[in-house]
Ligand binder design. Structure first.
Ligand SMILES: Cc1cc2nc3c(=O)[nH]c(=O)nc-3n(C[C@H](O)[C@H](O)[C@H](O)COP(=O)(O)OP(=O)(O)OC[C@H]3O[C@@H](n4cnc5c(N)ncnc54)[C@H](O)[C@@H]3O)c2cc1C
Length: 546
C-alpha cells in the first residue's frame, strides 16, 4: 500500500501513537523542523490543518500573491544539493512557484510520510505526571508527545472584518487567505475588495487587469513602493547559484536577514541633492532596499522619516492622475516604513482606470453587507464578488486559536493577555517541553533565514535533552523576565512601535487586540543569535532541565 500521507495510517497504529515530538504546521518552518528531528532518529508527527504542503504558500492563492523577499534569499540554505537543483523562475517568486518549491523539498526529503493533513490541533494539555503533552485534534483524535513544537506561522490566523450581514451576501465571497483552488474570473464582474494592506495591494493590481468594475474599500492607506520584479534567466541563475554562500552570509549580517542592510549614513549627513538622488535610486531598485537599505535613521527619527515619507508621497502624486484620489492613497497617520511596506507592480496606476473606484470608509463607513453588495453611509453598491483582504490576527493569533494549557491547566492565551512573555521567543515558563519556532518576541524578517536558525536551536535543545535522558525542559521565571525586559528595551525609540499595526499586535477586528504591545524582537537578528548561541554554549543552564 502506498501511504500518501500520515492520515492514511490504520486505526491500530494511531491508537499506539506516542511521539517523541509533535510539530504543528507544515509550512517553511515545520518542514525543516521535521527534517532536523528525523536526523536525531526521533519519532515525529506533523499535524497540518490544510490538505497540502506550504503553509502561507499553500493557503494564499489569491491573484498576485508573491514574495517581497528575493526568491534566492528566501529558499532553504541547509542542503547544498537542493541549492544545486532548484532554479528560481522569478526574482520575486509567485505563490504557485513557491508552493511548487516547498512540495519539491517535501518530496526530495521524503517528508510527507510523517505529515498528517486535515488535522487541526484544537487543544494541547501538559501532564506533569508523565511530562508529556496530550494533543487533541478538532475531530477528536488524541495523541501523546514529549515535545510539542509549534511552527504555526505569524500570519496564518485570518480575520474577517466585524461588519454585520457578511453571511447574507448572495454572490461569491472569500478571504484572500482561503482563496479557492479553482480559477476565479473577474471579466464582466463587479468586484469589491475590502482592505488595502500588502495582500490587497497585490490582489487589486492583478484583478484590475481583467475586471469588469472594481471598487476598493480603504480604511488605512499604506506606503507602498515598487517591487521591480523580473524573470531569472539561466545565466543569472548560474551566477546566483555560484554566490549562494555570499548571499546567505550577507543575510546573516543584516538586522532583518534580507540582502538589504541600512545605509550607515544618517539622513541629514548628506546634502538635499544627494538625499534625493539616493531616494530615487532606492525607488528604482528591486525589493525592500527603500525600507531596509535606507538611511540608518529613517525608522527612528521623526524628521528623517518625514523626508522619505514626503518623497514617496510625491511619487504617489505623480503616478495617480486624480489629485483627490492621490491624497486618499497617501497615508496621513503613519510615516513610511513604520508599518510593513507592501511592494507593488503598478498599484497606483490602477486608480487611473475608469473602471476602478476608491471608497474611503473613514468618510463613508461600511454599515453592512447586504444580500446584493455593500451599504456604506453614503451609497449602496451591488457586487458579484466580495473579496476580504482583511489580514491576520498576527503573531499570537494562531496560538490563541489552540487551547494550550500548561502546568495546573493555565491557558497560554490567558498568560499572554497583556502581551507575550517568552524566553528567546522559544520557551514559556509554566509550559514545559513546549518549543516555539519563530514564536512571539523572536526576530521577524526574511523568514526562512530566521526560521532555519530557530529550528536549529530548538533541535539542539531537543538533542541535548535526548542525549542526557532529560524529560522536562522549561524556561525559568527569571529568564523570561530578563528576555521580556530586553525585548521591550530594544523596541524603545522605534517609530514602528508608536503605530497601530499587526507588528504592534493591534487588530480592530479581534476582541482584546486594541492596545499596542511589543510583539517581536527588534535588536536585529545577529544580536538575537548571539543571545541564543550563548544559552546553548552554556549548556542551557538558564533553563530548568530535569
Ligand atoms: C501573503 C503573504 C506574503 C508573504 N511574503 C513574505 C515574503 O516575501 N518574505 C518573507 O520573509 N515572509 C513573507 N510572508 C510571511 C510568511 O508567513 C513566512 O515567510 C513563512 O511562509 C512562514 O512560514 P511558517 O512555516 O513559519 O508559517 P506558515 O507558512 O504560516 O505555516 C503555518 C502552518 O501551520 C498550520 N497551522 C496553524 N495552526 C494550526 C493548528 N492549530 N493545527 C494544525 N495546523 C495549524 C497552518 O495551516 C499553516 O499551514 C508572507 C506572508 C503572507 C501571508
Amino acid at each position: 500500500m502506498i501511504v500518501e500521507d500520515a492520515a492514511a495510517r490504520s486505526v491500530e497504529e494511531e491508537l499506539a501513537a506516542e511521539f517523541d515530538a509533535v510539530v504543528i504546521g507544515a509550512g517553511v518552518s515545520g518542514l525543516y523542523q521535521l527534517y532536523k528531528l528525523r536526523e536525531l532518529g526521533l519519532k515525529v508527527r506533523v499535524f497540518e490543518t490544510g490538505t497540502g504542503i506550504g503553509g502561507t504558500w499553500y493557503w494564499n492563492r489569491y491573484p498576485g500573491a508573491r514574495f517581497d523577499s528575493e526568491s534566492y534569499s528566501y529558499g532553504y540554505s541547509f542542503s547544498q544539493e537542493l541549492l544545486e537543483e532548484w532554479n528560481w523562475d522569478e526574482r520575486f517568486a509567485s505563490q504557485p512557484e513557491t508552493e511548487r518549491y516547498l512540495n519539491y523539498v517535501a518530496d526530495k526529503f521524503d517528508l510527507r510520510r510523517d505529515i498528517q493533513f486535515r488535522s487541526r490541533v484544537a487543544a494541547a494539555h501538559y501532564r506533569e505526571e508523565t511530562r508529556r503533552w496530550d494533543v487533541t485534534l478538532e475531530d477528536g483524535r488524541r495523541y501523546s508527545t514529549r515535545f510539542l513544537i509549534t511552527a504555526i506561522g505569524v500570519l496564518s490566523a485570518p480575520t474577517m472584518p466585524r461588519i454585520p450581514g457578511v453571511e447574507t451576501f448572495r454572490g461569491q465571497f472569500c478571504h484572500t487567505h482561503y482563496w479557492p483552488k479553482e480559477p476565479v474570473t473577474f471579466a464582466g464582474k463587479h468586484v469589491a475588495v475590502i482592505g488595502t494592506g500588502a495582500t490587497a495591494i497585490q490582489a487589486i493590481t492583478e484583478i484590475a487587469k481583467t475586471v469588469g468594475h472594481l471598487t476598493v474599500f480603504q480604511r488605512t492607506p499604506n506606503w507602498a513602493a515598487p517591487l521591480h520584479n523580473d524573470k531569472i534567466g539561466e545565466e543569472e541563475m548560474r551566477r546566483i547559484r555560484a554566490s549562494y554562500p555570499e548571499i546567505f552570509a550577507r543575510c546573516n549580517d543584516t538586522p532583518g536577514c534580507f540582502i538589504h542592510a541600512p545605509d550607515p549614513r544618517a539622513t541629514y549627513e548628506v546634502t538635499q541633492e544627494e538625499r534625493e538622488a539616493f531616494f530615487e535610486k532606492l525607488y528604482a531598485e528591486p525589493g525592500f532596499g527603500i525600507w531596509q537599505g535606507n538611511f540608518r535613521d529613517i525608522l527612528v527619527d521623526h524628521q528623517a522619516n518625514a523626508l522619505i515619507s514626503d518623497f514617496v508621497a510625491r511619487k504617489i502624486r505623480q503616478r495617480v492622475k486624480d489629485p483627490a484620489v492621490a491624497e486618499k492613497l497617501i497615508p496621513k497617520n503613519h510615516g513610511f516604513g513604520t508599518r510593513r511596506v507592501p511592494l507593488e507592480s503598478g498599484y497606483y496606476e490602477v486608480y487611473n482606470q475608469p473602471n476602478v473606484k476608491l471608497v474611503d470608509i473613514n468618510e463613508t463607513p461600511i454599515e453592512r453587507i447586504t444580500p446584493t453588495g455593500i451599504k456604506t453611509s453614503g451609497a449602496e453598491y451591488e457586487f458579484d464578488l466580495i473579496i476580504y483582504a482583511t489580514g491576520f490576527d498576527a503573531i499570537t493569533g494562531s496560538f490563541d486559536r489552540i487551547e494550550i494549557r500548561g502546568i495546573d491547566g493555565v491557558l497560554l492565551k490567558q498568560k499572554w493577555k497583556d502581551g507575550p512573555q517568552t524566553f528567546l521567543g522559544i520557551l514559556v515558563e509554566g509550559f514545559p517541553n513546549l518549543l516555539m519556532v519563530m514564536g512571539p518576541h523572536a526576530g521577524l524578517g526574511n523568514f526562512p533565514r530566521a526560521a532555519e536558525y530557530s529550528v536549529d536551536w530548538v533541535t539542539g535543545l531537543v538533542r541535548h535533552a535526548h542525549d542526557r535522558g532529560v524529560t522536562r525542559v522549561e524556561a525559568t521565571a527569571a529568564g523570561v523576565a530578563d528576555w521580556t525586559e530586553h525585548v521591550l528595551a530594544t523596541g524603545e525609540g522605534l517609530l514602528m512601535n508608536e503605530i497601530d499595526s499587526w507588528m504592534t499586535g493591534v487588530n480592530r477586528n479581534v476582541a482584546g487586540k486594541q492596545t499596542r504591545k511589543i510583539m517581536r524582537y527588534s535588536g536585529g537578528h545577529p544580536a538575537f543569535r548571539e543571545h541564543c548561541d550563548a544559552v546553548a554554549a552554556d549548556g542551557y543552564r538558564k533553563l530548568a532541565l530535569a
